[in-house]
Design a binder for this molecule. Structure first.
Ligand SMILES: [Zn+2]
Length: 161
């Protein structure tokens, strides 16, 4: 991403990078960090040992969707940036939109994977549990969007769940 021009001010939001004392998202969460090479990378948090690869893949798809959204808003976001800065949205609206997109992408993958007759019982159980979890988060995000005032939507990101 080093060759991308600086976009300047984007009135629709730009995402931004925030410092982290650990170089990773807080509390063992999955997230997105600058990789020190001008780009963004998925940062896996503390997922359970032995977690289904399908669930881990779905987390990667979720986080890669945030990277796509951030690049779409600001292709130069991680230029000349040290590794380990955390990707964050600028506004509540930007935050809700990127979470809704990421959850939908994750759910599409999980539903396809769970329908594969060749996966193990364990993978199927874990995929179905993750579908319930992600679908619940999606409902919460939509409800937060509906309940938000215009002022809140253009204001700071909030704790969604
Ligand atoms: Zn997310």
């Amino acid at each position: 991403m080093d060759n991308n021009p600086i976009d300047g001010i984007d009135p629709f939001g730009l995402f931004h990078l925030i410092p982290s004392s650990t170089g990773a998202p807080q509390d063992g969460a999955n997230g997105v960090v600058s990789n020190g090479n001008g780009g963004l990378s998925v940062s896996f948090g503390q997922n359970p040992t032995g977690e289904s690869q399908i669930v881990l893949n779905s987390i990667a798809i979720h986080e890669l969707n945030h990277i796509k959204d951030a690049y779409n808003q600001n292709s130069a976001i991680a230029n000349d940036t040290p590794a380990g800065m955390i990707l964050a949205p600028d506004t509540f609206s930007e935050q809700l939109n990127t979470e809704i997109d990421a959850l939908n992408a994750q759910l599409t993958y999980l539903r396809q994977a769970a329908a594969d007759p060749n996966i193990s019982c364990y993978d199927k159980q874990r995929a179905q549990a993750e579908i319930s979890f992600a679908a619940n988060l999606l409902v919460i995000a939509y409800n937060r969007y509906d309940a938000a005032t215009p002022e809140q939507l253009v204001g700071a990101p909030q704790r969604i769940w």
